[in-house]
Write a protein that binds this ligand. Structure first.
Ligand code: NAI
Ligand code: OAA
Length: 317
């Protein structure tokens, strides 16, 4: 059976890492597009030459003309600039809107049936722009942020509790900004509430456990910035690439995974007409269902606050 084609629009840190992960997992043929002359060709030549060692029989190619993505089944967009220390994601909106406007038109023309996963920041605004310009059904234009934010929250909980990250469930909703909403109530270790385990760790002192959890929540909200401050020249890329690949795999293998992704809401969670991170079922048709559940009063207050930040950004487009 023919393998699908994965097109990566943007061949920088994240795009190239996605190419490597996708090839190693033999998810499909890979095509890398970037505006920098020689960069996508050089990176894909290098990657293709690893095939005899890693064992993948795939077509891996790169180009500087967006027509090279023609026929792609799935397109992942990371084109754009990344922030540097002292910047907010929102500061990227002007430059990245211009880039998104051009690449989204190219995707519409050359990959009209593709499912598109957007990573470029500020994420909630860039995925909105991408959907508006392509005019694709919102089920086929999806933002990646919640998978990453949730992985970070899960990592911090695992490190604090001294357990394997594999046993943690954690979910972060809302916009991809400092007001994102880690749902503490759902954080658990193979079903055991993380707060209960934290309380035991601190000898039954629930207030101390709450304070520690609040710190994990704050660290999660600032996790992107924490990496930016350390790297100084750009932002996180290993974990964002791994997150995007999990979404690509869910779509290409029709896995029906329930993942927090950035979806266009139509009344769900009280939001109308904005892209926000919520739990969705991801499968071959893209977002196959937005999964609603009741937020507590406090969660709803935090969610609304996060959505307000998204609205401000999107309304400035
Ligand atoms: N949604 C999320 O959770 C995350 C989003 N990001 C965002 O992802 C984006 C990419 O990050 P990195 O890969 O680290 O940046 P990078 O700077 O390494 O790569 C971006 C690439 O986009 C290319 N590019 C610029 N204009 C283009 C165009 N018109 N067409 C094609 N390619 C173009 C650049 O030449 C560059 O190679 C940034 O906006 C960053 O803020 C980063 C981490 C997580
Ligand atoms: O923080 C940034 O600029 C990149 C990003 O979105 C993240 O790592 O979450």
């Amino acid at each position: 059976m023919a393998k699908p084609t994965i097109a990566l629009v943007g061949g920088g840190q994240i795009g190239a890492t996605i190419a490597q992960l996708a090839a190693q997992r033999i998810l499909g043929h890979v095509v890398l597009y970037d505006v920098v002359e020689g960069l996508p060709q050089g990176k894909t030549l290098d990657l293709a030459e690893a095939a005899p060692i890693v064992n993948f029989d795939l077509r891996i190619s790169g180009g500087n003309d967006i027509s090279c993505i023609a026929g792609a089944d799935i397109v992942v967009v990371t084109a754009g600039i990344a922030r540097k220390p002292g910047m907010r994601r929102a500061d990227l909106i002007e430059v990245n809107s211009r880039i998104m406007t051009s690449v989204a038109a190219g995707i519409k023309e050359h990959a009209p049936d593709a499912i598109v996963i957007v990573l470029s920041n500020p994420l909630d605004a860039m995925v909105t722009l991408c959907q508006r310009i392509t005019g694709f059904p919102p089920q086929r234009v999806i933002g990646m942020a919640g998978v990453l934010d949730s992985a970070r929250f899960a990592s911090f909980i695992a490190w604090e509790l001294g357990v394997s990250v594999r046993d943690i469930n954690a979910m972060v909703l809302g916009g991809h900004g400092d007001a994102m909403v880690p749902i503490v109530r759902f954080a658990n270790v193979n079903g055991i509430p993380a707060m209960d385990l934290l309380t035991r760790k601190y000898d039954g002192d629930r207030a101390k456990a709450q304070q520690v959890m609040n710190d994990l929540v704050t660290r999660t909200q600032n996790a992107g910035g924490e990496v930016v401050e350390l790297l100084k020249t750009g932002s996180a890329f290993y974990s964002p690439a791994a997150s995007a690949v999990a979404m690509v795999e869910a779509v290409l293998n029709d896995q029906k995974r329930l993942l927090p992704v950035c979806a266009l809401l139509n009344g769900e969670f009280g939001v109308n007409g904005y892209y926000v991170g919520v739990p969705c079922i991801l499968g071959a048709r893209g977002i196959e269902q937005i999964v609603e559940f009741d937020l507590t009063e406090e969660e709803q207050r935090m969610f609304d606050h996060s959505v307000d930040a998204v609205k401000k950004l999107v309304d400035s487009l």
